[in-house]
Design a protein around this ligand. Structure first.
Ligand code: P6P
Length: 282
């Protein structure tokens, strides 16, 4: 696993340089989710594949920016799914963005996830790596230095409600509003990585990207985004659900499948499950 940590460290340094390059605009290509790719998306995807190609323990990679997975070394142990630069369009308005990595053994299935990681590119470059514990690292020069273990409180105070509000189910709006009525503070930038990073570092709360009328299966991708953060939150003492099931119990029929998702402290996730269960019966 240290070889993968080191490879991710190398990608972070190269991606930080790529982000600092002046605006390199949109390409003529679309990714598998039909989103027009920034040239920066393509560059970051190339950087990660290049660095991972040199790691003998990596068998296969799957990128959010590519239709299919790619076998790098058929005798390798690990399968890595990654989003090279999630929320890349936020670079144009100078907001934080991030790379997300899900590390699996044998196959791209949540039950086979053994570690996950993200790198957040903000005023500082930080990495959170979850294996047996969830650990925060800060980029100092060419190396990430360990800062601390991240543990979530039982209950938090931040609320990050994603998705287009006019397309929420009424009971989802009631759920979100109930937290605000209890004094939770709105913290939502539109970047999954910094929004979840803030909840992890500020002791907890709730991030939600539900099923909506325009996206009944949610927007966020299971392999590249949902499973990695579910693993991180659960390892840090929090929880993660699709409203009904534990996110880590979900399957994944296609590498670009999505899921409604909620990540947070245990108290908030319990409330989500209760509200969704009550409305399932209606
Ligand atoms: P919305 C960015 O495009 C992204 O994939 C995640 O980083 C983020 O959480 C979500 O989409 C934001 O989506 O619909 O709220 O703008």
């Amino acid at each position: 696993m240290t070889d993968i940590f080191s490879a991710i460290q190398r990608t972070a340094i190269r991606i930080k340089d790529a982000i600092d390059t002046k605006d390199i605009g949109y390409s003529q290509q679309e990714n598998s989710s039909g989103e027009t790719q920034l040239q920066l998306d393509i560059k970051c995807d190339m950087i990660i594949q290049e660095e991972f190609s040199g790691v003998a323990s990596i068998n296969t990679v799957a990128s959010e920016e590519k239709e299919k997975e790619i076998v790098l070394n058929s005798s390798g142990k690990y399968f890595i799914a990654y989003d090279p630069l999630d929320g890349s369009s936020l670079v144009d308005v100078n907001l934080s963005v991030g790379s997300i990595f899900g590390i699996y053994e044998k196959s791209f299935e949540a039950k086979n996830m053994v570690a996950s990681c993200y790198v957040v590119f903000g005023p500082r470059v930080e990495m959170v790596f979850a294996h047996n514990k969830t650990k925060l690292h800060l980029l100092q020069g060419e190396n990430f230095e360990f800062v601390k273990e991240i543990r979530l409180g039982e209950k938090g105070k931040l609320n990050a409600p994603g998705g287009t509000q006019q397309n929420w189910e009424p009971y989802h709006k009631e759920l979100v509003d109930s937290f605000f009525a209890e004094g939770y503070r709105l913290r939502y930038s539109g970047g999954m990585v910094p929004d979840l990073h803030q909840i992890l570092l500020k002791g907890g709360g709730l991030f939600s990207y539900p099923s909506t009328s325009d996206r009944p299966k949610g927007k966020l991708r299971r392999l590249f985004e949902v499973f990695p953060f579910a693993f991180i939150f659960k390892t840090a003492g929090g929880d993660a659900t699709d409203g009904e099931r534990d996110l880590m119990e979900l399957g994944c029929a296609h590498i670009h499948d999505t899921s409604p998702c909620f990540f947070g402290s245990k108290h908030e996730i319990q409330r989500v499950k209760e509200v969704y269960a009550n409305n399932k019966q209606r």
